[in-house]
Design a protein around this ligand. Structure first.
Ligand code: SAM
Ligand code: SF4
Length: 338
């Protein structure tokens, strides 16, 4: 097979169900300065350095995917901003021709220093994870995080002038589910958006996640009793539904990964920090890109062909099943990046 020019539409990534893949989520590290209860164990063993993609390999992959029609890249982790020299990567890919949106998901701990350089590098939008506005509780959920530091990072981001800032919140029954209204009020106050993510059955096998799960249907009902919400037609091709809060600049997103409604329009794939290309968050189908990157340092063709070929195995939908005793997918979110 010949590999043609970037403009050639035959190179676009179209899967077996006709869905165009134009969005990648790239995890650049499995490490993190926090240990959120729903994401990591208390004692984590992280990958040795040589089993993680180098930043050069990350940049190379992004360039390849953009050549294959990808228009949006989300950098995630682990905590992407604790990776040494992470800024080098943002500077390298931020202004790539053909890339419409470079976005970031972060716990916010490093944004006090990095918000401005990230904006300058070309990052358009930032998601910051905040599960509680109570310092003690925040510490309990994240095990090591300091709310004050994250809020300073949020302020620095507002000041830096990103096109969009969104809070990501995982509500957990009996832990922080009494803060939904306060978190929305906070977002309204700051003129930013907020999304509620349902806790997913990922991570440690022996953690019974059903106990703390809060359904977005219940959260929506609660918020509708406090705010005037109008459904928004906006879609990202992902598992989020959006509502506008009347007379504010704030949108509320509900990310319900257990619902199958979004699989038909799925436009994304995920790359772990080990270079595994996962075709679906809830399935095990993947290909290994690291060996190809390392075996062909000067020739992108084998990597392009493997990525194109992977479109044949992108599953129709995911398979989360909360009734099972064990999580459907036992994979730490810090590997796949959420
Ligand atoms: N460290 C960054 C952060 O916390 O935003 C980026 C990586 S983190 C894995 C990405 C997102 O996944 C965060 O918003 C986090 O709340 C979410 N997340 C992690 N584990 C989760 C789980 N089991 N269920 C639902 N969301 C989860
Ligand atoms: Fe770290 Fe993000 Fe996972 Fe929390 S959710 S432990 S901040 S990677």
């Amino acid at each position: 097979m010949t590999v043609s020019s970037p403009e050639d539409s035959s190179q676009k990534l179209i899967d077996q169900f006709g869905r165009a893949v134009d969005y990648i989520r790239l995890s650049i590290t499995d490490r993190c300065d926090f240990r959120c209860q729903y994401c990591m164990g208390e004692d984590m063993t992280f990958l040795p350095r040589d089993e993680v993609l180098s930043l050069e390999e990350c940049a190379r992959l992004v360039r390849i995917f953009v050549r294959l029609g990808v228009r949006k890249v989300r950098i995630t982790g682990g905590e992407p901003l604790v990776r040494k020299n992470a800024m080098w990567l943002f500077d390298e890919i931020g202004h790539l021709q053909g890339l419409d949106e470079l976005v970031l998901t972060t716990n916010g701990s490093q944004l006090g220093e990095l918000a401005q350089p990230l904006k300058a590098a070309g990052v358009k939008r930032i998601n910051i994870s905040i599960d509680s506005l109570k310092p003690e509780r925040f510490r309990q959920i994240t095990r090591t995080g300091r709310l004050e530091q994250v809020l300073a990072g949020l302020e620095a981001s507002i000041h830096a002038g990103f096109e969009g800032i969104k809070i990501n919140t995982v509500l957990m029954r009996g832990i922080n589910d009494d803060e939904a209204v306060d978190l929305v009020r906070f977002a309204i106050d700051k003129h930013i958006d907020i999304s509620f993510i349902e806790e997913m059955p990922l991570g440690e096998v022996n953690h019974n996640r059903n106990n703390t799960q809060v359904s977005n249907t219940d959260t929506l009902k609660l918020l509708q009793s406090k705010f005037v919400l109008t459904p928004s037609a906006e879609t990202t091709g992902g598992p989020a539904k959006y509502w506008r809060v009347a007379d504010t600049q704030t949108k509320i997103g509900f990310i319900s990964p257990h619902s199958h409604n979004f699989c038909e329009s799925c436009n994304r794939v995920r790359i772990t920090c080990k270079g595994e290309l996962y075709l679906c968050l809830g399935q095990e189908d993947k290909i290994e890109l690291m060996p190809l990157l390392r075996a062909h340092p000067d020739d992108d063709t084998p990597i392009i062909l493997a990525i194109q070929d992977s479109m044949r195995i992108k599953p129709k939908g995911h398979d989360f099943d909360l009734m099972r005793a064990q999580p459907a997918v036992v994979r730490f979110m810090s590997h796949t990046g959420g």
